[in-house]
Design a protein around this ligand. Structure first.
Ligand code: HEM
Length: 258
């Protein structure tokens, strides 16, 4: 195992060739004429986000494998990595908070009808994580039949369904899991999955704020939606409703609520 393959001197990778930097750095193609000083940043934040989406989907695949194999520790490891990745994509939105509206208006017209709502990888992440509600399916249908990468995930069980299967394999319910005095691996996994959900909702919230900051709350999007007003509604979408619902059962009953 792990024997280095025999290589000819001229095939040894270096930093640039290993990372395909020539190709990578030729992929930023601003369209505004004359060139706009802010368009490069706009493109790079989107491209970097798509690269991270690619890694997130890769890890979601690993998560599904681990959960399908009832491997709670393995699933916890993957979910922790996923949570780090989601934090990164959310935090990098702040680079575009520095884009003043007047300057974005100077090159926005060059985007045509291109919009983040056409991101197949983003929809695949939502599908993989478990969105199935009509609002989500409608957002996909607006762009024609789902891309293959989205359909593949729509055809697989949701993370919540896999978690329920893991519980069932141990003969437990979510209520019992949260009622146990001692923490268990499955409880830790449930909490990490909830953190994943929170991290994703944080991306949505920061994105709405970015949109309001750059184009204002009432401007329609290049993708034809109501813009920030449409996006604000997506913040409350849930991947794991049962993990949220179980919390209320500890707080039922006391009179005096308003
Ligand atoms: C100046 C910065 C940005 C503005 C003004 C902006 C604006 C918008 C607007 C208005 C929408 C609603 C759809 C539409 O009608 O176009 C949208 C959706 C979306 N944008 Fe952005 N966006 C920005 C940055 C980003 C970045 C950096 C990403 C990272 C990939 C991104 C990803 C998305 C995604 C995935 C959606 C679909 C969200 C959903 O339907 O839940 N956006 N954006």
């Amino acid at each position: 195992m792990n024997e280095s393959p025999v290589r000819h001197e001229d095939e040894t990778p270096n930093y640039g060739s290993y990372l395909a930097l020539d190709a990578l750095l030729a992929l930023q193609r601003p369209l505004a004429r004359p060139e706009h000083p802010d368009e490069l940043l706009f493109i790079v934040v989107h491209q970097a986000s798509e690269l991270w989406f690619k890694v997130i989907l890769h890890e979601l695949d690993a998560l599904v494998q681990a959960m399908g194999a009832t491997d709670a520790l393995g699933a916890i490891m993957v979910t922790r990595r996923l949570n780090a990745l989601v934090r990164i994509v959310a935090d990098q939105l702040s680079a575009l908070d520095t884009l003043p509206p007047r300057r974005f208006a100077q090159f926005r017209g060059y985007l045509g009808s291109s919009s983040g709502s056409q991101s197949a990888q983003f929809r695949a992440i939502e599908a993989a994580s478990g969105l199935r509600d009509p609002h989500f399916l409608q957002a996909i249908a607006e762009h024609g039949p789902p891309p293959e990468i989205v359909q593949r995930w729509l055809d697989r069980p949701t993370l919540q369904a896999l978690f329920q299967q893991m519980l069932a394999a141990k003969g437990r319910t979510i209520e019992q899991l949260y009622s146990d005095p001692d923490p268990s691996e499955l409880l830790l996994l449930a909490e990490d999955l909830l953190e994943y959900e929170q991290g994703f909702a944080r991306w949505r919230f920061l994105h709405v704020q970015l949109v309001e900051r750059v184009i204002g709350p009432g401007t329609t999007g290049t993708g034809g939606t109501l813009g920030a007003r449409y996006l604000a509604k997506t913040v409350s979408q849930r991947f794991f409703p049962s993990l949220w619902d179980v919390r209320s059962r500890f707080f039922t009953g006391p009179p005096g609520g308003r």
